[in-house]
Design a protein around this ligand. Structure first.
Ligand SMILES: O=C(CO)COP(=O)(O)O
Length: 250
């Protein structure tokens, strides 16, 4: 059965001192939950975060990685480097990586393959832009993002995949997809995976929703049957808000 997950994507926020404060607060306040709880600090603070959360159930994950094993890629980070510090889950395909760093479906497919080759777990992000939603193209866009980056994988790889549907128009805008819009898309994603693979794989993959999830809308979004949790940006930077969102998982 698929798991419930609440993950905080800290993006380019929190220096070392701030990271330690937030992690201490999160560990102290973490409620009893059936959700897997994850945080993704910036690369430079990953080691410290792993160390700080040694005796906590909160998992430290990475925001990105390069597809090459190693080599002349100034400023980049490899799967082995993450594994070497105890990080074995990585976010791939965030819309900010696509928009600001030119990450195409083709590059993302390579990253997914590279992470899986090292037995890492991949949290794959995708989602449509506002104009796609307005023109009614959102289902087609999402289907092509999934197909281009994931549907060449062997069926066996899917036990290592977590999906995060993040409509670009809802990220950091305060505008959230309605619970009905999220459910409709998540159900479509499961149907698309069923068509490409089978129902077993579709039903076992966790599909998170991301985009302006806050304490006041989390419960309703998470109550939808095909929404298995959330990938949280802004609200994950405030301990009480992130904890309140975690409590929104039934
Ligand atoms: O991009 C996101 C998580 O990856 C969502 O960000 P916000 O929750 O700030 O909208």
């Amino acid at each position: 059965m698929r798991s419930k997950i609440v993950a905080g994507n800290w993006k380019m926020n929190k220096d070392l001192a701030e990271t330690e404060v937030l992690l201490a607060e999160l560990s102290a306040k973490l409620p009893d939950t059936k959700a897997e709880v994850m945080v993704a600090p910036t690369f430079v603070n990953l080691s410290a975060a792993v160390d700080k959360l040694k005796s906590s159930s909160i998992e430290v994950i990475a925001q990105n990685m390069h597809f090459a094993e190693n080599g002349a890629y100034t400023g980049e980070i490899s799967a082995n480097m993450l594994l070497g510090i105890g990080v074995d889950t990585v976010i791939i395909g965030h819309s900010e990586r696509r928009a600001y760093f030119g990450e195409t479906d083709e590059i993302l497919a390579k990253k997914v393959v590279a992470a899986l080759a090292k037995n890492m777990r991949v949290m794959f992000c995708f989602g449509e832009e506002l104009e796609d939603r307005k023109s009614g193209n959102h289902f087609k866009i999402v289907e092509s993002q999934l197909k281009n980056a994931l549907f060449s994988l062997d069926a066996s790889a899917w036990s290592k995949i977590i999906l995060a549907y993040e409509p670009v128009w809802a990220i950091g805008t305060g505008e959230t997809a309605s619970p009905e819009q999220a459910q409709e898309m998540h159900a479509f994603i499961r149907k698309t995976i069923t068509n490409a693979y089978d129902t077993g794989i579709a039903n076992n993959v966790s599909i998170l929703y991301g985009g302006s999830v806050k304490p006041n809308n989390a419960v309703e979004i998470f109550s939808k049957p095909d929404v298995d949790g959330g990938l949280i940006g802004g609200a994950s930077l405030v301990a009480d808000d992130f904890i309140a969102i975690i409590k929104g998982i039934a």
